[in-house]
Design a binder for this molecule. Structure first.
Ligand code: SF4
Ligand code: FES
Length: 251
């Protein structure tokens, strides 16, 4: 099998939030199958800069599937068709020589395009700021065994905490719902003793903020779970609904 690929790219170019934007065709020769998808975009940008053209703007930071900043639509799928894989972890060996790859930004009213493939995901930050935290007094770190947590509970909390806030769940959903993201954040803290004092206030405030951010309602199709690079389960949405019901009954 050849270790390099010749590719045709159709990349979304949009100067700013007011620009209409359009897909622009590019060709790339000799892309290593060992390169990541972002490294392939780096190669494209080097070529564009050498030609005196504007490079493609895209978000990235860790390039290790941790920071959640790199998501793009690849051939119509959030983070591409590879399951449980963020864009930065997607390798070019999953493509074939001669392939045409369409690269677009995540599309959602709550994630306006900033430029090219970059979107503004601060709606997620505002949801976290509304309640996705625990309030603690400053001081020395508490003794770790003061609050024992059972193994199954700790694992459930950890599974939810794996959400990296990338927004693929929103981009994959026909209604651009943020329920999987909010469900993961609420479930994570609802499992842990540290999350109990603010449990009901948290879910109420986060859901209210989510509703005010132009996200749609859940479609119940599971497109979010299928697109999630951290394989966050739909059970987090079920837990979110239970938490919200309990909070409304306790008010
Ligand atoms: S739930 Fe998954 S897809 Fe959604 S923001 Fe978290 S990691 Fe990304
Ligand atoms: S660049 Fe950080 S998750 Fe992809």
């Amino acid at each position: 099998m050849s270790e390099t690929l010749n590719l045709k790219l159709k990349v979304w170019r949009q100067k700013n939030a007011r620009d209409e934007g359009k897909l622009v065709d590019y060709t790339l020769e000799g892309v290593s199958t060992h390169a990541s998808f972002l490294e392939m975009l780096d190669v494209l940008n080097e070529k564009l800069i050498k030609q005196g053209d504007e490079p493609v703007a895209f978000d990235h930071d860790c390039r290790e599937g941790i920071c959640g900043s790199c998501g793009v639509m690849i051939n119509g799928a959030a983070h591409g068709a590879q399951l449980g894989t963020a864009t930065c972890q997607l390798h070019m060996r999953h493509f074939k020589d001669g392939d045409t790859i369409v690269v677009e930004p995540f599309r959602a009213r709550a994630f306006p395009v900033v430029k090219d493939l970059m979107v503004n995901r601060t709606a997620f930050d505002r949801i976290i700021a509304a309640g996705g935290f625990i309030s603690v007094n400053t001081g020395s770190a508490p003794e770790a065994n003061n609050l024992p947590v059972g193994r199954e509970t700790a694992e459930a909390a950890f599974d939810s905490a794996a959400c990296i806030g990338c927004g693929a769940c929103v981009a994959a959903c026909k209604n651009a719902s943020a329920m999987l993201f909010v469900g993961a954040k609420v479930s994570h803290l609802a499992h842990l003793p540290q999350g109990q004092p603010e449990r009901f206030r948290r879910v109420t405030a986060m859901v209210a903020q989510m509703d005010s951010e132009k996200f749609g309602s859940c479609t119940n199709t599971g497109a979010c779970e299928a697109a999630c690079p951290k394989e966050i389960k739909l059970t987090n949405i079920a837990q979110l609904n239970r938490e919200l019901l309990r909070a409304s009954l306790c008010r």
